[in-house]
Design a protein around this ligand. Structure first.
Ligand SMILES: N=CN[C@@H](CCC(=O)O)C(=O)O
Ligand SMILES: [Zn+2]
Length: 415
């Protein structure tokens, strides 16, 4: 199938092959072509350019034409941090927080991650698959074209495997690119209540070999945070992951800065995610590294915690990616459009910076920027076609509105 899109008001994020991430002041630029056309061949972007230089229409071979007059076309969002596979919901904890309990207090009472783990352990693989599939289909309609999904609500070998097998089934059944991350070290389960290091050993000796044997994970994660897992635990997990070829993508600096960013960088982690609390040393550790900082603003919105200091990160010449953190406890939303809006409204990022962070830099955080995250010849044809809007700045500005008209995934119109 060859789809020709013509009269595009503006084609965004046009990059030469080989652009893998954008850092610092370069994030303020969003290369584009006004009044453009684009040709999709099978699942790839074959060609594009300005309407003025488009070959004669009868010289182009195509099966379907989309007239995008007044509409903007951009690469699909890449969501590099989600916990999309979960059982049940936690709206009671949401109400508890409204009534004055903190996220930490709820967790201390056995709520939080342990609450989700209990629900997940009691849920069949089939139900888990069906619930997760609905969420995946929802986010695809919201413009997400590649996604990471973590385990971490199992906390037993059996339940962690169940989560990752569900992710594998989603991968096989769906056209969307899915990367999976093993997050056994998300919380200490009741069985290991007074033996956190014993649980880490259990993860390394019991869970990890089975996950690797079934080839269920691309990356490894740990919740490096006071009251959860220490720096030493983080080093052990990252080292163990390396032995199976799993790079780190870690939860760090959500509530406290305990040095996890430096440790992650020293272990060549692919990304460090959350960063609501950031010290000078953390910024220094990220300089000259290949580790992508990832901000999760809808988590800050939902929990009422600080937003990741994007300006400090970008103004220190670092790159930044944006993701949703979709999960039942801290972010029950997988909407990347909202994330892009929040980045502008609450983190002082310009629309250009936010779109770079949610496309090419997010693709880097999943090692997908050779194939995703920009309009480049030969890349996967994952596209958002907006409704008729005045300019791309309208996307973050009109927060809460759905400005998407069509989604194309792997060269196919999804809706
Ligand atoms: N902080 C750790 N993990 C998740 C939330 C987990 C939960 O509350 O269920 C997060 O990224 O916010
Ligand atoms: Zn998370």
């Amino acid at each position: 199938m060859r789809i020709l899109i013509t009269h595009i008001q503006e084609l965004l994020q046009v990059r030469p092959k080989g652009t893998l991430k954008i850092a610092g002041s370069a994030m303020k630029k969003l290369p584009s072509i006004k009044n453009a056309w684009l040709l999709i061949n099978q699942d790839k972007i074959e060609d594009f350019g300005s309407m003025e230089t488009m070959p004669e229409i009868d010289e182009i071979e195509y099966d379907k034409e989309i007239d995008a007059t007044g509409q903007i076309v951009l690469p699909s969002w890449v969501d590099s941090h989600t916990h999309l596979i979960y059982a049940g919901n936690r709206e009671q904890e949401f109400v508890d927080r409204i009534n004055g309990l903190t996220y930490e207090e709820i967790a201390e009472k056995g709520g939080g991650i342990l609450n989700s783990a209990k629900k997940l352990q009691e849920t069949s693989e089939e139900t888990l698959y069906n619930e997760s599939l609905k969420r995946l289909e929802e986010v695809i309609k919201l413009g997400t074209g590649a996604i990471e999904i973590k385990s971490g609500y199992g906390l037993t070998t059996e339940a962690e495997l169940k989560m990752l097998r569900v992710a594998k089934r989603l991968k096989e059944k769906h056209p969307i690119e899915i990367k999976t991350t093993f997050l056994g070290a998300h919380a200490v389960p009741p069985k290991f209540k007074n033996d956190r290091t014993g649980y880490i050993s259990h993860i390394i000796e019991e869970m990890l070999p089975k996950i690797a044997e079934e080839n269920l994970a691309d990356y490894i994660d740990i919740f490096c945070e006071k009251g959860y897992f220490s720096l030493e635990d983080t080093e052990r997990i990252l080292e163990a992951g390396k032995k199976y070829g799993l790079k780190g993508k870690i939860h760090v600096n959500q509530f406290n800065a305990i040095g996890g960013i430096k440790t992650a960088v020293e272990h060549q982690s692919l990304s460090v995610d959350h960063l609501e609390v950031l010290e000078k040393e953390d910024i220094e550790a990220l300089k000259n590294s290949d580790t992508m900082p990832v901000a999760l603003p809808s988590c800050s919105l939902f929990l009422g915690i600080p937003y990741t200091p994007a300006r400090e990160i970008i103004d220190n010449n670092l790159p930044l990616a944006l993701a949703t953190d979709y999960n039942p406890g801290s972010t029950p939303s997988g909407n990347m459009n909202l994330v892009v809006s929040l980045a502008c409204i609450k983190m002082n990022m310009t629309p250009e910076e936010a779109i770079n962070a949610a496309t090419i830099n997010a693709a880097y955080a999943l090692e997908l920027s050779e194939t995703h995250g920009s309009i480049t010849k030969g890349k996967i044809a994952n596209l958002i076609i907006t409704k008729q809007i005045p300019s791309y700045g309208f996307l973050p500005y009109a927060f809460g509105s759905n400005n998407i008209d069509q989604v194309i995934l792997g060269g196919k119109t999804i809706f």
